[in-house]
Design a protein around this ligand. Structure first.
Ligand code: ADP
Ligand code: PHD
Length: 596
């Protein structure tokens, strides 16, 4: 008999009526011939209430006690849910994380799942019971209660679906499905029929709060079919699966993170080991790093900028101070920033998406502080107060609200993608690697490859004003040149630096287009390097595991390889190094991550 996992979020179990409605859904699913596992979150705003109750008692609650406290919210709702199922005449049993056997590591309030035992759940299901599991919680090796981080019930649901080999994992929530952006911010946002795991991983980690990004890691790693559905109606919801909807839209969604802060390490030595030093320290301090930018070195020094959650700024500054004390350079920071990102597979084959995004921002007078990209996303760092305005502008600028096919007004489709191969047989590789993992949430590095077909172009002394990036990228896109990596670092003295990589053969034409776009500004300078290579580490959960970047940079440093540019995303970390270092770097990195 097939197993269906149904997860109900806080709003969907907020009161007795909604609990009964959720129970009825599970009962109907069971009566239709399935075995049903429900995963429930704490009712309504219960978790927030518990957090603020604790803060009334102490400013620094111990994480172990926080987990004891927060886990009670889910325990309450799963017991109530069992009663509601009993009322409908079916058998059900409520189980806490410990009772199910959700084993986690001991990092309280952000624990990672190591294993889940299925016996008790299977016995209950075979005895005809609906299993009602408390989401968001587990136990460590000392049987201390742990929680998985805010929003973690989605992860419980996807993990249970994975270990039980469920036919489907349904995520019931308070919206019709996954939207093109947060419908609370853009009323015209449209529901998406289908998104790929990769798009959803990026969207979730870039701020789309409808799904916990770690739940998508599970779904991708263990091939779980996920559906996000409304709990208040029978709407069809959104399917999250291996492939995007066909044809892939240029932009699938816009996500934002309101509270970000930027840390810049200015004038650090441009030599092997610097990135490694910084990332190791960040990883040791368990500070998740978001955007990372390293500019091309000038006169032997380089600037490195990264963003962190505003709450982590103080800790990140301490790391920055410690790093510059040993390396040299100075630390600067900027709070009150937001990150807005566009995500979509279509940008792999079309030149105009970055240009379009930058020109929309320029039209709305939004200055871009930093830019990073991956194959399927572009993120910009902007002023916090402009976050919602920028999100709305980008959303309507790409015609997402009207559900039109987003045809950029800038750029051309590029059928011959001059790009290195993407994942090899990724599914097969991931399956092989998954079987060797010791913990369910370990990182999966499925592929490491090099690409020496790109050249780097750097533009310096650009005035740091809205519209500059738009002009530059419109010129390149209209020339039909597919830009791969884009980085813009924090401006110094009102002057910005932008680096991009383009196919090596296009570099002459690219510089010509850029010169024309720069017009008669005598300050702006261009340089290029055709002897570069791009190295990419591809996998799942690369950014949520802070040590992947650290291990990558440590490996390069140990082999005296200097890092010239960096781009990070949820599914890939890419660095630019000198072309002659590529083979050495590939061998070393494959050794580090155990990928053949
Ligand atoms: N791209 C998006 N699509 C749908 N909802 C989104 C998106 N981005 C943010 N959201 C927000 O996520 C909310 C649902 O997530 P959450 O509040 O965690 O629900 P639950 O309590 O069911 O887990 C929606 O009400 C919506 O405002
Ligand atoms: N109750 C926890 C876990 C959770 O996932 O909740 P929800 O499904 O309502 O986002 C929280 O608020 O973080």
């Amino acid at each position: 008999m097939s197993i269906v996992v149904q997860k109900f979020g806080g709003t969907s179990v907020a009161d007795a009526e909604r609990i009964s409605r959720a129970a009825l859904r599970a009962v109907e699913t069971k009566r239709a011939g399935h075995q049903v596992v429900m995963v429930v979150s704490a009712r309504g705003k219960k978790t927030d209430e518990l957090v603020s109750l604790a803060s009334e008692i102490t400013k620094k609650p111990r994480p172990r006690e926080m987990d004891m406290l927060l886990s009670t919210g889910e325990q309450e709702s799963c017991a109530l849910m069992a009663m509601a199922v009993h009322e409908l005449g079916e058998e059900a049993i409520s189980l806490t994380g410990a009772q199910i056997g959700v084993k986690t590591d001991g990092s309280h309030t952000k624990a990672r799942i190591i294993s889940i035992s299925t016996q008790r759940m299977k016995d209950a299901l075979d005895a005809g019971q609906i299993v009602i599991a408390a989401g968001f919680q587990g136990v460590d090796e000392n049987f201390d209660i742990t929680t998985l981080g805010r929003g973690g019930s989605d992860t419980t649901a996807a993990a249970l679906a994975a270990v039980l080999d469920a036919e489907l994992c349904e995520i019931y929530t308070d919206v019709e499905g996954v939207f093109t952006t947060d419908p609370r911010v853009v009323a015209d946002a449209a529901k998406v029929e289908q998104v790929s795991y990769d798009e959803m991983l990026e969207l979730a980690s870039l701020g789309a709060g409808v799904m916990h990004s770690r739940s998508i890691e599970f779904a991708k790693k263990y091939h779980v079919n996920l559906k996000v559905k409304p709990s208040y109606s029978n709407g069809p919801g959104t399917l999250i699966g291996p492939v995007p909807v066909a044809p892939a839209p240029m932009v699938t969604g816009v996500a934002f993170v309101r509270n970000e802060a930027r840390v810049s390490l200015i004038d650090v030595p441009d030599q092997p080991g610097v990135m490694s030093e910084v990332f190791s320290r960040l990883s040791e301090n368990k500070i998740p790093v978001d955007m990372v930018v390293q500019n091309v070195g000038v006169n032997g020094t380089a600037d490195i900028s990264f963003t962190v959650a505003e709450d982590d700024l103080e800790k990140a500054l301490q790391v920055g101070d410690a790093a510059t004390a040993s390396l040299g350079g100075t630390v600067e920071s900027l709070g009150n920033m937001s990150k807005v990102s566009v995500v979509g597979h279509g940008m792999q084959t079309h030149t105009g998406v970055a240009a379009q995004m930058f020109s929309i921002l320029a039209e709305h007078d939004v200055n871009i502080n930093m830019v990073t990209t991956s194959e399927i996303k572009i993120s910009v760092l902007i002023d916090h107060d402009l976050c919602e305005k920028a999100t709305r502008a980008i959303h309507s600028g790409f015609h997402l609200d009207r559900k039109e096919t987003a045809t950029p007004e800038i750029g051309v489709a590029s059928p011959n993608i001059p790009r290195a191969r993407t994942d090899r047989d990724a599914t097969k590789l991931e399956e092989d690697i998954v079987s060797r993992l010791s913990g369910m949430e370990d990182t999966v590095v499925s592929d490491i490859y090099g690409d020496d077909s790109q050249a780097r172009v750097t533009i310096t002394q650009l005035p740091d004003t809205p519209g500059i990036a738009a002009r530059i990228f419109a010129a390149v896109a209209n020339g039909g040149i597919l830009v791969d990596m884009i980085i813009q670092n924090a401006a110094q003295d009102g002057r910005a630096i932008i680096s991009l990589t383009v196919p090596s053969d296009d570099v002459g034409q690219c510089i010509e287009l850029l010169r024309t776009a720069a017009g008669d500004n005598p300050d702006v300078q261009f340089s290029f390097d055709q002897r570069i290579g791009k190295l990419s580490v591809v996998g799942i959960g690369l950014r949520s595991h802070t040590d992947v970047g650290a291990r990558m940079f440590r490996t390069l440093a140990d082999n005296s390889i200097n890092v010239q540019m960096v781009n990070t995303s949820e599914i890939k970390v890419s660095v630019v190094v000198a072309a002659e270092e590529i083979d050495k770097a590939l061998t070393a990195l494959r050794g580090t991550f155990g990928v053949s």
